[in-house]
Design a binder for this molecule. Structure first.
Ligand code: ATP
Length: 300
């Protein structure tokens, strides 16, 4: 069957219970080829369950899951899917190169060892023992194993949990490199800034249901956006309302209060097309507030 045009993921009406716990409740979303999608939600929202189901590690109670046009089991068996899961260690005594060589060998050399090392940012660490790596380096080694078969689709389950800011940045820059080569990426996270910065789309899960699905700025706007305050000489309400993202304008003398669904664009345009901006402040709903509002069903 030619399934090269099928979406990377079709997840339709999926429910999963563990005894009395309802982990997923008719959850649905799709992931297009080449897209990077964040599954965002608090602890227990159902993210890992969704990832396990997409990898065929568990079976849904109801619903339908297709991965690259196939059942999850077939997709994984075809070697076209890579994964970095929360569990799973590395052989401490082996070097980075040994681990990567083994992974590349298991996939019949679809991706050369040197390319895999360099994509994962490990070229300079190839001779290091896996047990001597920092947290960020060992996540990059697990990532190298995940991309060794040149997968068309990558699943990353909370890959940067417990990493510091620098290590997280390093990790995401290597993921970008793999995504730039055309792989679709699905990652679970409760780091809101990561979803905002690295995903084309964010699927927000709350108590097993999808409560929002859209671009990061759409998800933020759903929860009411942010407030941008500043001082301007002679503010013009019509020009301010025409700025990108602005939904509402209030003016008190020289003080301006804008409600916006995209604070970054609004602030940029304030400086470039209005000018004379003083005492600028941005407050209110970031993705964090959006998530809280969406999770409790209190969206605007
Ligand atoms: N093997 C299991 N047995 C029983 N309950 C489970 C099991 N795995 C998950 N759960 C429960 O299912 C719900 C969803 O868990 P899941 O791990 O999918 O959420 P998550 O969003 O990945 O959370 P986290 O961010 O903490 O990893 C939670 O209430 C969890 O306690």
């Amino acid at each position: 069957m030619d399934n090269s045009t099928s979406p990377a993921v079709e997840f339709r009406g999926v429910s999963k219970r563990y005894g009395a716990t309802r982990a997923l409740s008719r959850a649905g979303f799709t992931v297009a080829r080449g897209e990077t999608v964040a599954l965002l939600g608090h602890n227990g929202a159902g993210k890992s369950t969704a990832v396990d189901l997409m990898l065929g590690l568990r079976r849904p109670d109801e619903g339908d899951i297709k991965i690259l046009g196939m059942s999850p089991g077939q997709a994984v068996a075809s070697g076209r899917v890579g994964a970095l899961l929360q569990s799973g260690g590395l052989p401490d005594g082996a070097t980075v190169r040994d681990v990567v060589r083994l992974a590349c060998g298991l996939y019949g050399g679809r991706r050369p060892v040197s390319e895999t090392l360099s994509l994962a940012g490990l070229a300079d660490l190839a001779g290091r023992q896996a047990g001597e790596l920092s947290g960020g380096q060992s996540q990059r080694l697990k990532f190298a194993v995940a991309i060794a078969g040149r997968p068309e689709l990558l699943f990353l389950d909370e890959p940067t949990v417990a990493l510091d800011v620098e290590a997280r940045r390093g990790f995401w820059s290597v993921v970008r490199g793999a995504a730039d080569q055309g792989a679709s990426v699905v990652f679970a996270t409760h780091y809101l800034d990561e979803a905002d910065m690295f995903a084309d789309r964010v699927v927000v899960l709350s108590r097993g249901s999808v409560v929002a699905d859209g671009g990061p700025s759409t998800v933020k706007a759903l929860a009411g956006g942010r407030t941008v305050r500043c001082v301007l000489d002679a503010p013009d309400p019509r020009r301010l309302l025409a700025l990108p993202g602005v939904q509402d304008v209030q003016i008190h003398g020289n003080e301006v209060i804008l409600r916006t669904g995209d604070a970054d664009q609004t602030v940029g345009a304030l400086y470039t097309s209005i000018g004379g901006v003083r005492d600028l402040q941005v407050t209110g709903a970031g993705l964090e507030e959006a998530l809280i509002a969406l999770s409790s069903g209190k969206t605007a």
